[in-house]
Design a protein around this ligand. Structure first.
Ligand code: SF4
Length: 367
C-alpha cells in the first residue's frame, strides 16, 4: 500500500489525531474499534432492545461487506491505529455468510481482537469449532442470572438455549463473556450476575446502561423499566466493581463515569475518536444505540464520514454541553448514547451523571 500523502486535508486531521488527541484522551493503545451489524434479523424479541424492528430489507451482501472491510483496512492504516472488530446484529449467527466473512477478516487482520456478540441460542458444534479455529471471543448476552429472570426479558426457554451455547463454546475452548443491561429492573441482581458468571465459566461480566431507544421506548412509556441516574447509578457502578473484585470475575470499566468510581479507570467514552458502527445497510453510525446515520459508506466512503463529517468533527471539538467544562472530561466525556436518547443529539450532558445532578462539578473534583 502506498505511503499516505501528508499534504492532504485528511492526513492533516490524522496527524492531529495521532499527535495531539490520543495522548490527551490517555490512549496508550490507539485502537480503532468498528462494530459491523451484519444483519438486522433476530430470532428473539427482547423487550429492552435498542433496535426498533428486526426487518432486514436492504441488508448488505457478503460481497458488499468485503468492500466495507477494504475501506476499514485503508482507514486503520492511514490513522496508524490498531484494528479491533466486533460482529453484531440483530443476531449475527442468522447471517448466512458469517463464517466465511470471519475467515476473511482473520486473513486480512491477523491477530486483531475479533469478537461476535450473540444471544447464544444458535450456537452449534460447527459454529463453536469455527470460532475456535478463528480465535474469536463471543459475547453471550445475559439479562438475568437464572432462567426465570433472563426469560422474563428475552423470552421463554432462551436461558436454557443460551446455556447450551455456552457449554459448546466451553467444550471447544472458545472464550466467552457475558453482558447484561443495567437498569432499575436488573440493578438488584448484580451480585447474582457475578455468581452466575463465575459458575458458568465466563471470562468477564460486563454491564451496559439501558438506553431508551427502539423497543425500550415502549418499556419506558409503560413504566416497566427505567435507566438508572444520579445516586442510584453511582451505587450500582460501585456495587459492580466491588462484586467484580470479590468474585475475581473482571468487569468492563471503559466508558463514561467509571473514572469517578475509580480514578484508575481512564478509558472514557471514545465516541467520535476511536469507535464507530456500520449498520446492516452500510450506514455509518456514531454509536449502535442512536439510530442516526451520518451517511452510507458504500456511497460516501468510511474515511470521509469518519474524518470529515461535521458531527464527527464536532464530537472531537470537545464542545459538549456541561461535560465539556468538567474537570473529569478527558477521562469520562459522558455517555454520548445517553445524550442522544435524551436530547436527540450527541452534544448534551450525560443525564445519568451524579455530579451534574448535584450541580457542583468543580467542588466535587476539588474534594
Ligand atoms: S459532567 Fe460529564 S464528563 Fe464530568 S463526570 Fe459527569 S458525565 Fe463525566
Amino acid at each position: 500500500m502506498a505511503e499516505p500523502d501528508r499534504t492532504d486535508y485528511s492526513q492533516r486531521i490524522i496527524d492531529w489525531l495521532c499527535d495531539k488527541v490520543w495522548p490527551l484522551v490517555d490512549s496508550q493503545k490507539p485502537i480503532l474499534t468498528v462494530q459491523l451489524d451484519i444483519t438486522n434479523a433476530c430470532n428473539l424479541l427482547c423487550d429492552h432492545c435498542y433496535l426498533p424492528h428486526h426487518k432486514n430489507y436492504g441488508a448488505l451482501t457478503h460481497y458488499q461487506w468485503l468492500t466495507v472491510l477494504d475501506q476499514y483496512e485503508r482507514l486503520v492504516y492511514k490513522l496508524r491505529m490498531i484494528p479491533a472488530i466486533t460482529i453484531c446484529g440483530g443476531e449475527p449467527l442468522l447471517a448466512p455468510f458469517l463464517i466465511p466473512f470471519l475467515q476473511e477478516i482473520r486473513r486480512r487482520f491477523g491477530s486483531c481482537d475479533l469478537s461476535v456478540q450473540s444471544n447464544g441460542t444458535l450456537i452449534t458444534d460447527e459454529v463453536a469449532k469455527s470460532f475456535k479455529e478463528l480465535d474469536i471471543s463471543v459475547q453471550v448476552s445475559i439479562d438475568g442470572p437464572d432462567a426465570a429472570r433472563h426469560d422474563l426479558i428475552r423470552g421463554q426457554g432462551n436461558f436454557e438455549k443460551a446455556m447450551i451455547g455456552c457449554r459448546l463454546l466451553g467444550a471447544f475452548g472458545v472464550p466467552f463473556y457475558h453482558q447484561a443491561v443495567l437498569s432499575r429492573r436488573t440493578v438488584g441482581w448484580i451480585r447474582d450476575f457475578f455468581t452466575f458468571a463465575s459458575a458458568n465459566g465466563a471470562t468477564v461480566m460486563g454491564f451496559t446502561r439501558l438506553i431508551v431507544a427502539g423497543y425500550a421506548e415502549q418499556l419506558y412509556e409503560h413504566r416497566q423499566d427505567h435507566p438508572l441516574v444520579g445516586h442510584d447509578l453511582r451505587i450500582a457502578m460501585e456495587t459492580i466493581l466491588q462484586c467484580s473484585r470479590a468474585s475475581g470475575i473482571p468487569t468492563n470499566t471503559s466508558g463514561a463515569l467509571w473514572h469517578l468510581i475509580d480514578p484508575a479507570c481512564t478509558g472514557g467514552d471514545n465516541v467520535g475518536f476511536a469507535a464507530f458502527v456500520i449498520g446492516y445497510r452500510g450506514e455509518f453510525k456514531v454509536t449502535s444505540r442512536a439510530p442516526l446515520a451520518l451517511g452510507n459508506v458504500l456511497e460516501e466512503g468510511m474515511e470521509a464520514l469518519f474524518l470529515r463529517h461535521p458531527t464527527m468533527q464536532h464530537l472531537r471539538s470537545n464542545e459538549i454541553e456541561s461535560c465539556g467544562q468538567c474537570p473529569h472530561f478527558l477521562k469520562c466525556r459522558g455517555d454520548r448514547n445517553v445524550s442522544y436518547a435524551a436530547f436527540g443529539h450527541f452534544f448534551g450532558p450525560d443525564i445519568g451523571c451524579w455530579l451534574l445532578q448535584r450541580c457542583d462539578i468543580s467542588k466535587d473534583a476539588a474534594a
